[in-house]
Design a protein around this ligand. Sequence first.
Ligand code: AMP
Length: 438
Amino acid sequence: MSFADLGLSDELLRAVTEAGYDSPTEIQAAAIPSILMMRDLLGIAQTGTGKTAAFVLPMIDILSHGRTRAMMPRSLILEPTRELAAQVAENFEKYGKYHKLSMALLIGGVQMGDQVKALEKGVDVLIATPGRLKDLFERGKILLNGCSLLVIDEADRMLDMGFIPDIEEICAKLPTNRQTLLFSATMPAPIKKLADKFLSNPKSVEVARPASTNTNITQYVVPAPPRKKREVLRALLRQPDVKTAIIFANRKTTVRELVQSLKRHGFSAGEIHGDMDQPSRLKELERFKAEHINILVASDVAARGLDIKGVTHVFNHDVPWHPDDYVHRIGRTGRGGATGIAITLVSDADAEHIDAIEKLTGHKIATLEGFGAVDAAPAPSKPAPEKKAARPRRESQPAAQQPSRPKTQAKPARSAPARDPDDDGWNGPVPGFLSRGF
Ligand code: AMP
């Protein structure tokens, strides 16, 4: 099947070709024709399946007819996080380059002034997080009764974040004869209820979870008692095939402490978590995308669905509490057909969570030998993962099969004091050449 078979306009086909896509993904092939026929849609699909284009592409064609009216957006896309909302906006810009549609992004953490100005002019597409949207609605800055197309994206995440009552409230303000598209990676009972209430005779489309079928990602666990985690992590990060890595932690405080610790050890690291304001989060993401830093320490909420090409490794400093989060986390690597490596640090207390993950993915995770917690500086005795990370984003050294000792990371930090006072696993001063700026 090709994109031309789906009923999209020539302008869109041109934009899709320029985006470099040869053929539609499974969810796109199944969803786009039905959306163009104005049917409601229930899509069980997660990030990585191409689901964003599955709703953005037909929306652009549907919205290309019609006029905007002040304060009355013609369509609304609800996203659980600011990052996802910003990512969907980027998709609109990419695919909508040959259309003249107007768009506003309504997310918390950024000044409201510009958002309100855009709305006053009238927009075709409003992309919003539920909190900010409700806020503006309550101030009388926005009317939702002209909104004939609604997308609820990442519904199960919305549920985790407690947004379902907000969504119900928002849905009730939209016209009843609208088209509604709902996407969710899983279908727990409250989402099913939401779908039954707000969708009318929807076409159901379910596509495989990418992580359970994605053989591009080689997964490992490494034993590490809590007090030794940072030491083990540093040894892993120093492997020469680690070019660009995202490290996940369960708590925001862990994210903050870990990034400080890594910087003190000379790593070029940044952070992203829910306590940061929006400009700082976006700035940090940009630094990572532009390769000014090669390590991003992240919490789940902030990193959900991030689509960054060329991430060679995902590390889980903590085993996620929800097995679904594991699937999302490791899906940040191995994107777009590249290979990737996902390594999770596990302590004895994590056994139950690892079991739950293995049950969900149907995949037993191998133990990576040679990096488990040790008292001396780590000296890997077994080969690094055989599968090499594809497409390193900068000049790469050849990935050694059997590193004799940990190597330095790709990019040094600006400054690195001699030791990490809050880290039990300190293993020596940082060499001077690592402390220079870049
Ligand atoms: P998503 O599931 O929407 O987060 O998309 C995941 C990634 O797939 C993004 O980097 C998209 O640019 C990419 N993508 C979407 N559709 C296609 C396609 N038909 N062919 C190749 N890549 C695609």
